[in-house]
Design a protein around this ligand. Sequence first.
Ligand code: FES
Ligand code: FES
Length: 157
Amino acid sequence: MAKLNVNGKVIEVEVEDDTPLLWVIREQIGLTGTKYACGIAQCGSCTVHIDGQAVRSCVYPVGGVTAGQKITTIEGLSQKGDHPVQQAWAELDTPQCGYCQPGMIMASAALLDKKPNPSDEDINTEITNICRCGTFQRVREGIHLAVEIKHKSTAKA
Ligand code: FES
Ligand code: FES
């Protein structure tokens, strides 16, 4: 039995400790925005946040989540799908097929929390997610645009 805080809700699930968090999120909890692709921590499609840090949930055992840690999936990143990264993605039409994009968005949002104005080099180093459609250039542009969107909304507030 695991007690998890997912997107602000406390949920109890009946699973073995070594079950990958991705399966718990998708199968037990029913949040299917987080995607399975490689299953070996290489592509980042399964990226979620644990206490704001990007983790690859396909290899993260659910037993590794400690009490009180907050898990955020793409469904919980923002209330209305309006996180600056999501706004930038919509403006630039960043996704192609879209499959890798929840992971890209989660990784990008975590990067901006850590580095509010990342350089291209920072992005290349930190965003190691793989996109089979080759959207890397638009992902980089999207991250820079998200920085501008964030600044504008902070200036307005
Ligand atoms: S599915 Fe987890 S890193 Fe690829
Ligand atoms: S948009 Fe298709 S795999 Fe990335």
